[in-house]
Design a protein around this ligand. Structure first.
Ligand code: FUL
Length: 473
């Protein structure tokens, strides 16, 4: 008996101790703030300011504070909608290009404190930040660099003002999961009454983005910075909610913004050999405009579902804009569309068939990195010199497959350059889909294919395969 126990203990030690070395990370890999951001997958944008009341998209900067007069704003009600829609955060336009501040900034009179809202005692930034915290929804801030109200715009004086506001926001309303710095810069405006055109020679040089990023890193190191420079995350190159099919998370800022201008191609695809982790975010509005206009309608749930597939389904995040009306409420028809979209997503991805399947992989780097991890804990990894491989999932009964999702273990960087998905029909493999990059998550529609087995073929990668999950819906 005693011998048996000792033998069993020795075997257990052997099993526990049996673990191959983990693959080395790629030279560019995400930091914790990027990983937290990826896992949010989708979050809300809220465009709300004087424009909501003047029926415009870009305010000129001369709007009297009195126009900002929401009649029924309720931060908790708005955040509840965001949360119920499965959106994990909310980024608010604290200041849009018109310069009006939705918080009672100590640095300007052009703010909510001189508006009729709560007799000047209101603070939309604070109320939403608090409501988000109560509901466990992350809070983010859009602070437009371009300011058509400020007399000093274009000079040193404005830069000091802008940085003071950034500090004020980060210290009063944090934690902030993302800071959003729009690229629209310079042009005509009110500028304290000058009513002229101010064009920046280089927005990059004027704002001194490295300095701005330094302030953010110091006050709020967990914040992801979205900006036209040194980014943590980048624009996907369009405002339609469509991330490119080939999307590398890495990028090199100088190549994204040659001469201070967006290179939309590079923004869309990223760079396999980019020098930092800066994945694509798809910003898109539920309506044609970013702000509310009485004559516009929200997108249908079906359209929003397509957008979900081309954003979250292509390895980036979805930043979905909601536009409060003059009550300060998200219009009922938008809420309806949003909730119907959420139900569509929940239903489409309700039942993962993968954990029920037999999983077989072509090879693995050894103990602790086998194919079974693909449907459970850990990840599947191949030996250092193996950059291709298959994973076959087999069920005892035929299944109807609508989507296959693949996730790389991006903690160790992004690797996959090409993949194919086959289904087994009458004993033969038939190719059902092919693709290029995977990254954090790739959703591949299979159109309801009937099959008893699915084979995911990784045909090309930058290093050994490191795949965290394959799910089948
Ligand atoms: C654009 C801005 O000019 C729009 O007004 C909006 O804020 C959008 C998200 O970014 O570049």
């Amino acid at each position: 008996m005693r011998h048996t126990l000792i033998a069993a203990a020795a075997a257990a030690t052997l099993l526990v101790g049996c673990r191959a070395d983990a693959p080395a990370p790629m030279s560019v890999a995400p930091e914790q703030r990027h990983l937290d951001w990826h896992r949010m997958e989708q979050y809300a944008f809220v465009h709300f300011t004087v424009n909501t009341f003047t029926d415009s998209e870009w305010g000129y900067g001369d709007e009297p504070e009195s126009v900002f007069a929401p009649t029924d704003f309720d931060a908790d009600a708005m955040v509840k909608i965001v949360k119920d829609a499965g959106l994990k955060g909310l980024i608010l336009t604290a200041k849009h290009h018109d310069g009006f501040c939705l918080w009672p900034s100590a640095y300007t009179e052009h703010s909510i404190k001189n508006s009729p809202y709560k007799d000047g005692k209101g603070d939309i930034v604070g109320e939403l930040a608090d409501a988000c915290r109560r509901a466990d929804v992350k809070f983010g801030i859009y602070l437009s660099p371009w300011d058509r109200n400020h007399a000093g715009y274009g000079s040193e004086e404005y830069l000091e003002y802008y940085r003071n506001q950034l500090r004020e926001l980060l210290t009063s309303y944090g934690p902030v999961f993302e800071m959003w710095f729009d690229g629209a810069n310079g042009g005509d405006g009110y500028y304290g009454g000058a009513n002229e055109t101010r064009v920046l020679e280089s927005g990059y040089l004027y704002y001194d983005w490295p300095k701005v990023v330094e302030i953010i890193r110091e006050l709020s190191p967990e914040t992801v910075v979205w900006s036209s420079s040194l980014p943590d995350a980048r624009w996907c190159g369009n405002e339609r909610g469509v991330i490119a099919e080939t999307m590398w998370c890495a990028a090199t800022p100088e190549k994204l913004y040659p001469n201070g201008r967006d290179d939309v191609e590079v923004l869309a695809h990223g760079m396999e050999e980019g020098d930092r982790w800066a994945p694509a975010e798809a910003d898109v509005s539920i309506r044609p405009g970013w702000f509310w206009h009485a004559d516009q309608q929200p997108k249908t749930p079906e359209k929003l579902f397509d957008i979900y597939l081309t954003s979250v389904g292509r390895g980036g995040t979805l930043l979905l804009n909601l536009a409060p009306d003059t009550r300060g409420r998200i219009p009922e028809e938008d809420v309806e569309s949003l909730m119907a979209w959420r139900r569509m997503v929940d239903e489409a991805f309700a039942t993962d068939l993968a954990p029920e399947a037999e999983v077989e992989v072509s090879s693995s780097r050894g103990c602790g990195f086998g194919g079974r991890n693909l449907t459970g804990e850990g990840y599947w990894a191949t030996a250092d010199d193996v950059t291709t491989g298959d994973a076959v999932l087999t069920w005892s009964e035929p299944q109807k497959v609508n989507y296959v999702t693949i996730q790389e273990h991006i903690e160790l960087g992004q690797r996959v350059r090409g993949f194919g998905i086959d289904v087994l029909r009458d004993g033969e493999w038939q190719q059902a889909a092919t693709g290029t990059t995977v990254g954090y998550k790739r959703i591949v529609p299979l159109g309801g294919a009937e099959t008893s087995a699915v084979r995911v073929r990784f045909t090309d990668a930058r290093g050994p395969l490191v795949v965290e999950r394959i799910a089948v819906y």
